[in-house]
Design a protein around this ligand. Structure first.
Ligand SMILES: [Zn+2]
Length: 67
């Protein structure tokens, strides 16, 4: 899958670990935010540091965990 849109648990506190969830389009990514409860969780501020929490700009070829 050549995904360029994804949910990233870096941004909210629902998940304690890094979760990447790829989507085919911005519409699907937005629908996920609207139909799941991820937006109900506070944002991570400050952003966590460490190898698991690097900023991701391309998930192709990345070894990631999804749910
Ligand atoms: Zn889709």
């Amino acid at each position: 899958m050549n995904a360029i849109y994804w949910y990233d648990s870096l941004h909210d506190t629902k998940y304690e670990k890094r979760i990447i969830r790829p989507f085919c389009s911005p519409a699907c990514a937005n629908r996920y935010r609207e139909t799941s409860d991820v937006n109900d969780y506070p944002q991570r501020r400050p952003l966590p540091k460490g190898p698991e929490w690097q900023i991701i700009t391309d998930i192709n070829g990345l070894d990631y965990e999804t749910d």
